[in-house]
Ligand binder design. Structure first.
Ligand code: DSN
Length: 403
């Protein structure tokens, strides 16, 4: 039987020879990988820098302060909490800080591209809060801001959430901010998917239109797993800090916070800006190459780093295609298309993103090759021999790139 370390090494090898198109995944730098495996993992640091419950914080304080300063600089705000273990606890901390059970929130519903923690019915956020989801317009497939406004006026939510997991178009944070202000709600922008684009000006910033901004750190931002909660309001910042610790969490994961600090410092470099520009060029190239091969893109394209492929014109579901693609070493995730009549485990779409392939140096011409691989897999979906041959081609293709 493999040891756990051997299994981890096999995962490493698998990542080296697989085309990673999952829109929420990426590869961290060597420095981040290294810091994650340091003795920081041994340390308890409950509390905040200079106010801890355990001794021996000389270096952990310095690291957390660096992460906070970098987060403030990258996103242009006054307060940052860097301790939330990941995106879901970060969002929960905001609700815990500012809401009571039964209070009303409004987020994009999950089937339209929202996130579980934006009030979906199976999540604690849908069970303990009164969730009034908004949707996208069935004709334009875009967020219907007039509908958001109408619902907000009717239901008077305490928090309106912008930001989404499978929405390929630019978000109008200003409009969300205006609607929230009009009804006396707070506006929380969850920019997990587009954080890196915001950091480099490739997507408009939620500030000053959002009261609170949350994000994971491990998607396009290219850090380790974790989250940031940002605000410009001192009172909100104090409530949020208390909600993260001691409200929801115990000791912060200092090795992750060190990795987050490195990722944020990397995000201030010119090479990171160039990277985010290339992510957008690559997704456009991939989308166009897929459309040339008969694939239908939800909303007809993308403004960010992802496309949602509606597979109905191809007569295949996202689960079947995704399972065939992984046999050929192409990693994707099945995804519901908004208003999808199919069940969640057999939805009609797949979601593709270019943050990871761009990190390893791929350019537009490689996107055309990837679209061709996808088409070959589609043509041979039930032919394991052909899929194995495509896998060998994919491995050779991946040999050109270095993680
Ligand atoms: N799991 C993330 C994603 O794939 O978008 C959202 O939390």
């Amino acid at each position: 039987m493999d040891s756990i370390l051997e299994l981890a090494r096999k995962e490493s090898a698998r990542q080296h020879e697989t085309i990673r198109l999952i829109a929420s995944e990426n590869y961290v730098s060597r420095d981040i990988l290294e810091v994650l495996g340091t003795e920081l993992t041994n340390k308890y640091s409950e509390g905040y820098p200079t106010k801890r419950y355990y001794e021996g914080q000389e270096f952990t304080d310095a690291i957390e302060l660096r992460a906070i300063e970098a987060a403030k600089r990258v996103f242009g705000c006054n307060y940052a909490n860097v301790q939330a273990y990941s995106g879901s606890p970060a969002n929960l901390a905001v609700y815990f800080a500012l809401l009571n059970p039964g209070d009303t929130i409004m987020g994009l519903n999950l089937p339209s591209g929202g996130h579980l923690t934006h009030g979906f019915k199976v999540s604690i956020t849908g069970k303990w809060l009164n969730s009034v989801p908004y949707s996208i317009n069935p004709d334009t497939h875009l967020i219907d801001y007039d509908e958001v406004e109408r619902l907000a006026r009717e239901h008077k939510p305490k928090i309106i959430i912008s930001g989404h997991s499978a929405y390929p178009r630019q978000i109008d944070f200003e409009r969300f901010g205006k609607i929230a202000k009009e009804v006396g709600a707070l506006h929380m922008a969850d920019i997990a998917h587009i954080s890196g684009l915001v950091a480099t000006g490739e997507h408009p910033s939620p500030f000053p239109h959002a009261d609170i901004v949350t994000m994971t750190t491990h998607k396009i931002l290219r850090g380790p797993r974790g989250a940031l909660i940002l605000t410009n309001d001192e009172k909100l910042a104090k409530k949020i800090d208390k909600a993260v610790f001691p409200g929801l969490q115990g000791g912060p994961h200092m090795n992750n916070i060190a990795g987050i600090a490195i990722a944020l410092e990397e995000a201030m470099t010119q090479s990171y800006t160039t990277y985010t520009q290339q992510v957008k060029k690559n997704i456009k190239a991939l989308g166009e190459a897929l459309m040339e091969r008969g694939y239908d893109l939800f909303t007809g394209g993308t403004d960010n780093h992802l496309v949602l492929v509606d597979l109905r014109p191809k007569g295949i579901d996202g689960d079947t295609l995704g399972k065939a693609l992984i046999k050929a070493n192409i990693e994707t995730n099945k995804n519901a298309i908004p208003f999808d009549p199919a069940p969640p485990m057999k939805p009609n779409g797949i979601r593709l993103g270019t943050p990871a392939v761009t990190t390893i140096g791929m350019k537009e011409e490689h996107m055309v090759q990837i679209a061709e691989f996808i088409e070959q897999v589609y043509q041979n979906v039930d032919n394991d021999q052909a899929l194995a041959e495509i896998r060998e081609e994919v491995k050779q293709f991946m040999n050109k790139f270095s993680l």
